[in-house]
Design a protein. Structure first.
Length: 574
């Protein structure tokens, strides 16, 4: 029997289970009631190995693998490798790494469309022999002219009534490599007058003398996606072939092939693809960003690729949480980037240890603290996780605070440090600013001279007095210098393709400030041993991760994953 659960790995409550089902789950459960597919659920994730996976693919991965897990079924990983001119082993390996990173496993069910090239060829032969396909000599431009428009029907190819034996012989010669690229195609005989343009005698095979990453030079004809998709699903006995909405108009053709071939028939179901604000998910446009050096590669932390998000420091649990929260719908919409960022914050708030770092340092000298003295103070690792415990942070006479935490002439609601004002240093003492030292040439403030109250160790005053500001800091004597990269949205517009001038490309909306590199930030000493990929909350600044590509032993480079909801919110507790 089918096994149901509201979230993979979590048992549901019986009450309200039906209300939580999405429309695909409703279809699956109806099939379970009627016994269709013998109570099996078998899905697949079928990426093309022509680029890196992006956040849109994550939704499909979570859906396909999640449904299989939820209903006690299986999910295949199948590469749609039918276009050798754009495919690469690099993409195959990156896709597998991304799926594993998200927490899913195809076990022994790794397949390639190229595994079925011989079977697909035999299917094509059957269609020719049964009078459902023909070899066409029209070139691409002539084919477009014959196709018609949405308002007018197409015209039959002059080769549509070519004798079956002749088409069969020509198709075999196409496979034998006797014709150049583009000379001929194999087309289905469907209906050139159909209002659905996908049914107007679509191409099944084209000639391409191109080296394939798996089959080498064995083939010089390659099947089109529409011909490959359904038959591959059928061969693998997929039950529910889940696609995005752009394939809805292709479903009649999907079913037509299966019907004419008289083979096992899965059910194609379409759902709304993931569209995210300030993001593009077109592989062509992503490739442009890479090849034109607008970014440092597919794994640039500003990219919406899963490898980019992994390098930036996104936890895979946050991606899964995000996909769960946005749900599965039948209609396209645009999800605000903040929904993804909230999922990241929610996960990291519970997981990430807290540390102190100063990104724009201003030196502070505590004049009444004994010279040469130092001490260690207890700091909480994560207030959301008591099991995370505490750590020791060093304190000394000279410190660094954020330059933005001091104003010489502050406005009324500025509660941080100013001349004569007392604030709390996180986990440490109350300090009062006595003097701001300026560079005589530029007038820039280069140092603050403060005094501290020794009775306030730990951040509270025995006389009960309160302060409104709490600042993070690091000991100048113990801090180490590190590069920190601050990332913003890659594009300036929610819809990056919305250009002001039709002559412009989407790259006109690139954000010139999407990356700010700060080479000499001051970080507490415990961060020097940060493992690549390890995530932290830099208190009051946001969530950061040690870059797995550029970090070196004892010299990590940190990427900002996401800001806090309110960067300068008051710190609770000590």
């Amino acid at each position: 029997m089918l096994r149901t659960m509201s979230t993979p790995g979590k048992e549901p409550t019986a009450e309200g289970e039906a209300a939580r089902l999405n429309f695909i789950e409703e279809i699956i459960e109806e099939h379970a009631r009627t016994g269709k597919y013998d109570n099996r659920v078998h899905t697949r994730f079928p990426p093309e190995p022509n680029g890196y996976l992006h956040i849109g693919h994550a939704k499909s991965i979570c859906l396909n693998f999640g449904l299989a897990e939820k209903y006690g079924g299986q999910c295949n990983l199948r590469f749609d490798d039918t276009n050798p001119t754009k495919e690469d082993v690099e993409y195959v390996e990156s896709i597998m790494e991304d799926i594993r990173w998200l927490g899913f496993d195809w076990e022994d069910r790794l397949f390639f469309a190229s595994d079925y090239f011989e079977q697909l060829y035999e299917y094509a032969i059957k269609l020719i022999e049964d009078g459902h396909a023909f070899v066409c000599d029209l070139n691409a431009e002539e084919m477009r002219e014959h196709r018609g428009t949405l308002k007018s029907p197409g015209k039959n190819s002059p080769y549509r009534d070519r004798p079956m034996a002749e088409s069969l012989e020509l198709f075999k010669k196409m496979r034998a490599g006797e014709f150049p690229d583009g000379a001929r195609t194999l087309r289905a005989k469907v209906d050139m007058a159909s209002p659905n343009l996908n049914l107007r005698d679509p191409v099944l095979y084209r000639i391409a003398h191109a080296h394939h990453h798996r089959t080498g030079d064995q083939w010089c004809i390659y099947p089109m996606y529409d011909f490959t998709h359904g038959q591959s699903d059928s061969i693998e006995r997929i039950t529910h072939s889940i696609c995005t909405l752009e394939f809805e108009n292709h479903r009649p053709l999907y079913d037509w092939f299966l019907e004419k071939l008289e083979i096992y028939r899965p059910q194609q179901i379409e759902f709304a693809r993931l569209n995210l604000s300030y993001t593009i998910t077109s592989k062509r446009k992503l490739l442009t960003l890479v090849t034109d050096n607008h970014v440092s590669g597919w794994s640039d932390p500003r990219m919406p690729t899963l490898s980019g998000m992994r390098r930036r420091g996104y936890p895979p649990s946050a991606i899964r949480l995000f996909c769960d929260r946005i749900g599965v719908a039948k209609f396209n919409s645009v999800i605000d980037m903040q929904v993804l960022e909230k999922a990241v914050r929610d996960e990291l708030n519970a997981q990430a240890p807290r540390r102190m770092a100063v990104l724009n340092p201003l030196k502070v000298v505590i004049t009444n603290y004994p010279e040469g003295q130092e001490e260690t103070l207890e700091a909480i690792n994560n207030p959301e996780d008591q099991s995370a415990g505490t750590r020791q942070v060093p304190f000394s006479r000279e410190l660094y605070i954020e330059r933005e935490d001091f104003m010489e002439d502050p406005p009324k609601k500025f509660f941080r440090l100013a001349p004569g004002r007392e604030v709390r240093l996180r986990y440490a003492y109350f300090v009062t600013c006595q003097e701001a030292v300026k560079d005589p040439q530029t007038g820039e403030i280069v140092e603050l001279r403060c005094t501290y109250d020794p009775a306030t160790r730990g951040g509270s005053a025995p006389d009960g007095r309160k302060v409104k500001g709490t600042l993070h800091w690091v000991s100048a004597q113990h801090a180490f210098d590190a590069e920190v990269r601050l990332y913003d949205y890659l594009f300036t517009k929610p819809n990056p393709s919305d250009v002001d001038d039709e002559s412009q490309e989407f790259t006109a909306n690139l954000n010139p400030d999407s990356l700010e590199t700060r080479p000499s930030c001051k970080l507490e000493p415990s961060l020097q041993a940060a493992e690549p990929g390890k995530q932290y909350q830099f208190e009051r600044l946001g969530y950061f991760s040690a870059d797995p590509a550029d970090s070196q032993p004892d010299q990590p480079v940190f990427n900002r994953i996401v800001t806090l909801r309110d960067t300068w919110a008051k710190v609770k507790g000590k």
